[in-house]
Design a protein around this ligand. Structure first.
Ligand SMILES: Cc1ncc(COP(=O)(O)O)c(C=O)c1O
Length: 226
């Protein structure tokens, strides 16, 4: 089972502690392993994090997976796995077989970047910046799209998910939004089979806070055409 407990991808909620325990019990009963994909947990805007599944795991079932794509940049193509001891040798062999590993120079540079404290400083600075973007986005959504969308609760990350009310077709809205210069994603992209919710993913990792109000105004105008 692969899960995103710190920040469900794409909807955004955190998995509660009882649900975390339930999942681990479920995995134990079925001899299953759990992949905990903590892809953007560095950017948490509220209180203390819940214990990671990896922390709660008592019988070596959880693979904790992290990435530098969000905390630094996707082009690095570097991530990491905290694996149970029994799986490490097989994982290293699988990674080797899949393309001779990750680039050594980039790994060395990232290791220095971390050791010298730059990553921590960068994450702290960006947490403040992303929190501000998110605040602006929430305010603007309330001002321009209130009554037409529900903002799904999220405590972390670089995107917000919104559910569209009134039967609006999110795919069509996405096409029109892109044509108006606003890059959004429909929730349908994340669904397997029948789409369960009409909604959008609004990323703020790559837009300045100053440009968010205009983007939301345009989205609101486009929504008015549907
Ligand atoms: C759910 C999820 N997991 C992991 C990642 C990171 O993937 P990668 O490290 O391959 O860039 C992303 C990136 O957007 C993501 O959305």
């Amino acid at each position: 089972v692969c899960v995103t407990p710190s920040h469900q991808s794409p909807l955004g909620m955190a998995m509660s502690l009882p649900r975390r325990r339930e999942l681990l019990n479920w995995a134990a009963a079925r001899q299953a392993v759990v992949i905990e994909d903590d892809y953007d947990g560095e950017f948490r805007f509220t209180a203390r994090p819940l214990d990671a599944l990896k922390t709660l795991d008592r019988d070596g079932r959880v693979f904790y997976v992290g990435t530098f794509s969000k905390s630094m940049l996707p082009a690095l193509r570097l991530g990491y796995v905290v694996a149970p001891a029994w799986a490490r040798e097989a994982l290293v062999a699988a990674k080797h077989a899949s393309g001779l590993g990750a680039p050594a120079l980039t790994q060395a540079a990232v290791a220095d970047f971390i050791a010298e404290g730059h990553l921590l400083r960068h994450v702290r600075r960006m947490r403040t910046a992303y929190a501000q973007r998110r605040r602006v986005l929430e305010q603007m959504l309330g001002r321009h799209l209130g009554g037409q969308v529900d903002v799904l609760p999220a405590i972390a990350g670089l995107h917000l998910a919104i559910a569209l009310r009134n039967g609006v077709d999110a795919d069509e809205l996405t096409r029109r939004a892109w044509a108006a210069g606003v890059g959004v994603e429909p929730l349908s992209r994340y669904w397997v089979g029948e789409v369960g919710m009409q909604g959008l993913v609004l990323g703020y990792g790559g837009i300045s806070a100053a440009r968010i109000p205009e983007a939301v105004r345009r989205l609101s105008r486009v929504l008015g055409t549907l």
